[in-house]
Design a binder for this molecule. Structure first.
Ligand code: FAD
Length: 383
């Protein structure tokens, strides 16, 4: 099996530990989570106890004191476990926690990170709105000062962890006249927040174990202490700085799912017989799987290079965009080929490959649509 060059003994032990944790605590529950439309709240606590939440947050803030190599191991094992997983730890630990760590005031870090590490707080990030997705600068959700608090108004769309979140990073305008410079990140503590409402858990074609919601803010009062970093107008800059890491997270998932899809398909075609031999004995099957394995391998090599660059502080926007569009496109292509080799069974929901197929599609849309990724790369061509 492919082993990254950066994988050392400590990371190998972590990999075995989390693989056992996911096999015992996640895999047996996935089907039930898909039916109920979200992961159990209790699972977040268990993940906290197992040291899976906030792995790359310093110990002084309750995290495990690791870096992105640790996060990469956790993500890879999570998606290799079944190829489908509703546990949106990436939003919580690899995205929201890093906004707070990198831009939060000391008080904000101490207030929220330790509870995020135990799973006491589940978090979400709310950028997208019904009228603004790719064009983030045109969001309309706004927060204006009134007396000694902000008053938050607007709505958000497609928010992962939206049903369970106790703490939401709300991307809003603190200056409605400005575009990028008017954007701030306001952290909303949902418990007892008057005027805050969660819409229903949206019905998706895949990723059923992960909840996705519309959120509504109607004159919600938020303390200025919850403005990330304490200075208005920094939100767009903060978002742009974090996006390469978010796109790398999506790429790691893509590679892990490709590997799992290939493994499942080798196993299936090796036992299914047609024309007096196994499907795996047919040259087309062998060649398709050889191609899929090669693609998964190239993705892994590219991703490992990006992981090393990220840890060194050198992952640039264009390279992260290349990884995001290419790996997710390859994920969709590989999973589609693998489904084909399952025949009719591949179209049945009870087969993992069918769920991987449905789950894969949105990888090309969220985290910045793949067309936006190509725009970012194209812009870098003449720099
Ligand atoms: C399951 C799921 C989970 C999500 N989780 C979150 C979350 O946790 N938080 C959050 O904030 N958002 C989340 N999103 C939202 C996601 O990030 C947006 O859907 C995405 O950014 C695209 O925005 P949009 O849907 O408004 O599409 P639009 O912006 O309307 O774009 C539609 C399509 O138009 C094309 N397009 C748009 N702009 C350009 C351009 N400049 N050049 C060329 N083509 C273009 C692309 O093909 C694009 O897919 C989630 C979405 C889904 C489906």
């Amino acid at each position: 099996m492919y082993r990254p060059r950066w994988m050392n003994e400590e990371l190998g032990i972590l990999s075995d530990h989390v693989a056992r944790f996911y096999a015992a605590e996640m895999v047996p529950n996935e089907e039930r989570w898909r039916e109920q439309g979200h992961v159990d709240r209790e699972f977040w606590r268990k993940a906290g106890e197992a040291g899976i939440l906030c792995a790359s947050i310093p110990e002084e803030y309750g995290g495990a004191g690791g870096n992105f190599y640790h996060e990469a191991v956790l993500l890879t094992e999570q998606y290799r476990a079944t190829g489908v997983s509703g546990f949106s730890n990436s939003i919580h630990s690899q995205i929201v926690a890093h906004y707070i760590l990198n831009y939060g005031t000391e008080d904000q870090k101490r207030r929220w990170l330790p509870k995020m590490a135990t799973g006491e707080l589940v978090t979400a990030i709310a950028m997208t709105e019904p009228g603004a997705g790719s064009d983030l600068q045109s969001i309309r959700t706004n927060a204006r000062m009134d007396g000694n608090s902000y008053v938050l108004n607007g709505s958000k769309m497609f928010i992962t962890n939206g049903q369970l979140a106790d703490l939401i990073v709300v991307v809003c305008k603190t200056d409605t006249e400005a575009r990028a410079r008017g954007i701030s990140l306001l952290l909303l503590e949902t418990e007892g927040a008057e005027g805050f409402r969660r819409g229903r858990n949206l019905e998706k074609i895949g990723q059923h174990g992960s909840d996705t919601s519309e959120l509504f803010f109607d004159d919600v009062r938020v303390s200025p202490d919850n403005l990330l970093g304490g200075v208005e107008g920094q939100g767009f800059y903060q978002l742009m700085q974090q996006l390469p890491q978010e796109r790398l997270v999506i790429g790691i998932r893509a590679a892990a799912v490709m590997e799992r899809a290939v493994e499942d398909t080798i196993a299936y075609t090796s036992q299914r017989e047609a024309f007096g031999k196994t499907l795996f004995d047919l040259q087309n099957t062998r060649f398709k799987l050889a191609e899929a394995k090669t693609t998964a391998h190239i993705a892994r090599v590219f991703i490992d290079d990006c992981i090393e660059r990220l840890v060194a502080g050198e992952l640039d926007v264009a390279t992260a965009a290349m990884l995001k569009w290419w790996s997710t496109q390859m994920q969709c292509d590989v999973v589609d080929e693998c489904l084909q080799l399952h025949g009719g069974y591949g179209y049945m929901k009870e087969f993992g490959i069918a769920q991987m197929y449905a789950d894969a599609r949105v990888q090309k849309i969220y985290g910045g649509a793949n067309e936006i990724m190509k725009e970012l790369i194209a812009r870098s061509l003449t720099e």
